[in-house]
Write a protein that binds this ligand. Structure first.
Ligand code: ZN
Length: 168
């Protein structure tokens, strides 16, 4: 669910992100809340935060115009939210859909997050050969999305568990 709009420091809309990522950006002082949900707050031991609908980055970022987002293993894991493309469990590795040994490239559309077990099981085979269908198709993040991925460096799973939504 991508439900928070991200504005550049110049107020120009950049992209949408999940609520979790929006909160991480605000907690890391990389963004401020511009517009919040009128009735909901995020409450925790050390935090009481409005549920952000629109956030604005504190520092202006230049988004490359019509340039492909650079591929990275880390970017693939964040894009797939650390969920295995084959079983949906927590992923720590990156799998090449078409294996490198068969000419598969290091590219957004050829790589997915994978748990170590499935990565090992699939080995040097395509999903068809391995009988392991993809739960979702890989996609290429836009340059703005990729820029936001690198901004929120932290693993989204590390969002404090005590943070919960509650009515104000
Ligand atoms: Zn798996």
């Amino acid at each position: 669910m991508r439900d928070t709009l991200v504005l550049n420091a110049s107020f120009e809309p950049l992209s949408t992100v999940t609520l979790n990522r929006a909160v991480v950006l605000v907690l890391q002082d990389k963004a401020v809340v511009e517009q919040a949900h009128p009735a909901l707050r995020m409450r925790g031991a050390a935090v009481d935060l409005p549920v952000p609908r629109v956030i604005r980055l504190c520092r202006y970022v230049r988004v490359p115009f019509r340039r492909q987002a650079p591929w990275s293993r880390r970017g693939v894991l964040v894009r797939d939210r650390h969920r295995c493309a084959y079983c949906g469990r927590r992923a720590t590795t990156v799998d090449h859909v078409v294996p490198r040994s068969l000419g598969g490239a290091d590219a957004w559309l050829n790589t997915v997050a994978s748990c170590a077990e499935d990565n090992h099981r699939k080995a040097n085979r395509t999903p068809e050969q391995a009988g392991m269908p993809l739960l979702r198709q890989p996609f290429e993040p836009t340059p703005a999305d990729a820029m936001l991925l690198t901004l929120a460096q932290d693993d989204l799973e590390s969002l404090p568990g005590w943070l919960s939504k509650s009515a104000a």
